[in-house]
Design a protein around this ligand. Structure first.
Ligand code: G1P
Ligand code: ZN
Length: 543
């Protein structure tokens, strides 16, 4: 076995976005491309020598090959031990948990999250640090710098290592341990939630549908929901992971998860529905004929978390990403706990969680989580909902109505314009940015803007800063419009427009979201000239 030194020149464009490096799979498969980035990760963490890493992915196309490449590279650069999910599988939250449980130095997760998989679709790689969370901005910056200066990488010349059976072995000097990807994670859920109570719910005839979308949560949900909680066989739909996720986008929104929506909106359908994404960190919750927006879900979980075993002591505080609706702020105010507003991306919650300032956090993009790991966690959110349903004996619809009756309702929608030409998307943002200074105090269609700015953030724990995190217009009465460009797309630019309005009129709490927000939606288009500058007559996705 020989360590090979392979000369390369920088590829350019190897800069991680909101969540790791995502590229078209064929780009990742180009000779030396992935290896160059992995070597840049080693550089960014001051080398991998003597370290322990966790390694796994969501099982998408090229997952298995990438695992072998990373094992050879870790061995070549002196890693002490790599713990790999059996078959190369680890959901993002399970990887985060394993990093923490094993006291590892970090981990590599192979996933492009909710983006489709396949040779013509997307692939991704992200590094998480010793706290189990996404690499900090400083580490990410070092990766970029290293990728721009790279001239070689190291690779051990060794055959593929079999990752199909649980057990221990060696590649060169490096220890390799193949572990059951589900066991530790399921055990952690048993510590946080009242399994007996939830088992009682299912035993009493409660019916659920969980759509795993042929992605990584299939084995996790089957083990936890069907085997340990006793839900009827078949509760988990599309539970067998496939490299192309069955050709679908494993994205938990009402459009891509229409199979679940159909089940939940049929007459006499299940009592509770949920779906996760490619790598298992996102979730969408649906009641009988009732979609629960992720922002509302976060607020409801914050208001009720104390009903679950692991959160009985109450929450230290909550955090939400800036574009997430401000429904959770109302809960925090009522419960007298701090509420933080962070830039988009889970990495910004890490310091707040590590410092014990917040227990629960979430994003409008179907991500909710707590201090149990340092990633958002789809199945965890489903479990917390189940625990609340079991404890209160109420249905999803009742929980939502009583929540809105207590706190008022933040009507909320996100409109995405996908694969827009980069120049056009920039024109929208630049045009609006240029007006920001003049907008406060102005009234449009009867709504007065009380503040207009570009969001920047100073981390209250470590003082690090993030600028240009989205353009915000807030209106008197609690309305708000936010504009930002996606940092996870792989094609052109994705313009995201987040629209929110606060209604506390008891007779207007059950309205249709798109109808209730119509005036604000029109205002967003008028102020940012979206139709005119993008040439699109409407968004691709309304969620
Ligand atoms: C999107 C979501 C964001 C999430 C990220 C990674 O990022 O909007 O909330 O943290 O995916 O899952 P974006 O494409 O908007 O940059
Ligand atoms: Zn994801």
């Amino acid at each position: 076995m020989q360590i090979e030194r392979i000369e390369v020149t920088p590829f350019g464009g190897q800069s991680p976005g909101t969540s790791g490096l995502r590229k078209k799979t064929r780009v990742m498969m180009e000779p030396h491309y992935l290896a160059a980035f992995v070597q840049s990760i080693w550089s960014a963490i001051d080398g991998v020598s003597g370290k322990t890493l966790i390694l796994g992915g969501d099982g998408r196309y090229f997952n298995a090959e990438a695992i072998q490449l990373i094992l050879r590279m870790a061995a070549a650069s002196g890693a002490a031990r790599v713990v790999v999910g059996q078959g190369g599988i680890l959901s993002t939250p399970a990887a985060s948990h394993l990093i923490r449980k094993r006291g590892a130095d970090g981990g590599i997760i192979l996933s492009a999250s909710h983006n489709p998989g396949g040779i013509d679709e997307d692939f991704g790689i992200k590094f998480n640090g010793a706290n189990g969370g996404p690499a900090t901005a400083a580490v990410t910056d070092r990766m970029v710098v290293a990728s721009q200066a790279i001239d070689h990488y190291l690779m051990l010349d060794t055959p593929d290592y079999s990752i199909d059976l649980v057990g221990q072995g060696k590649i060169g000097e490096m220890s390799v341990e193949i572990v059951d990807p589900v066991a530790d994670y399921a055990e952690m859920l048993e510590e946080l939630f009242d399994f007996d109570k939830i088992r009682g719910l299912f035993a009493g005839g409660f019916r659920m549908a969980f759509d795993a979308m042929h992605a990584v949560t299939g084995p996790y949900a089957t083990e936890v929901i069907e085997r340990r909680l006793g839900a009827a066989p078949g509760t988990v739909m599309n539970g067998t992971p496939q490299v192309d996720f069955g050709g679908r986008h494993p994205d938990p929104n009402p459009i891509w998860a229409h199979a679940l929506m159909d089940v939940m909106y049929q007459e006499n359908g299940p009592d509770f529905g949920a779906v996760s994404d490619g790598d298992g960190d996102r979730n969408m919750i649906v009641g009988p004929s009732q979609y629960v927006s992720p922002s509302d879900s976060l607020a409801i979980l914050a208001a009720n978390a104390h009903l679950a075993k692991g959160y009985r002591a109450g929450l230290a505080g909550v955090a939400r990403s800036m574009p997430t609706s401000r429904a959770v702020d109302r809960v925090a105010a009522a419960m007298d706990m701090p509420c933080y507003e962070t830039p988009t991306g889970w990495k910004f919650f890490g310091t707040l969680l590590d410092d014990g300032r917040v227990t629960l956090c979430g994003e409008e993009s179907a991500g909710t989580g707590s201090d149990h790991v340092r990633e958002k966690d789809g199945l965890w959110a489903v479990m917390l909902w189940l625990n609340i349903l079991a404890e209160t004996g109420k249905g999803v619809g009742d929980i939502m109505s009583s929540h809105w009756a207590t706190f008022g309702r933040n009507y909320y929608t996100r409109h995405d314009y996908e694969a827009v030409e980069v120049d056009r998307a920039n024109a929208v943002m630049d045009g609006l940015r240029a007006q920001l200074g003049m907008l406060a105090g102005q009234t449009f269609a009867g709504r007065t803007i009380d503040a207009a700015d570009e969001f920047s953030y100073v981390d209250p724990v470590d003082g690090s800063t993030a600028s240009a995190q989205g353009l915000r217009l807030s209106f008197e009465g609690g309305g708000r419009i936010v504009f930002r460009l996606s940092g996870t797309g792989t094609q052109g630019a994705t313009l995201r427009v987040y629209i929110e309005d606060f209604i506390n009129d008891k007779n207007a709490l059950d309205g249709d979201v798109q109808v209730m927000l119509e005036p604000m939606i029109a205002l967003a288009d008028r102020l940012a000239r979206i139709t005119e500058l993008t040439g699109r007559d409407g968004p691709d996705i309304r969620s």
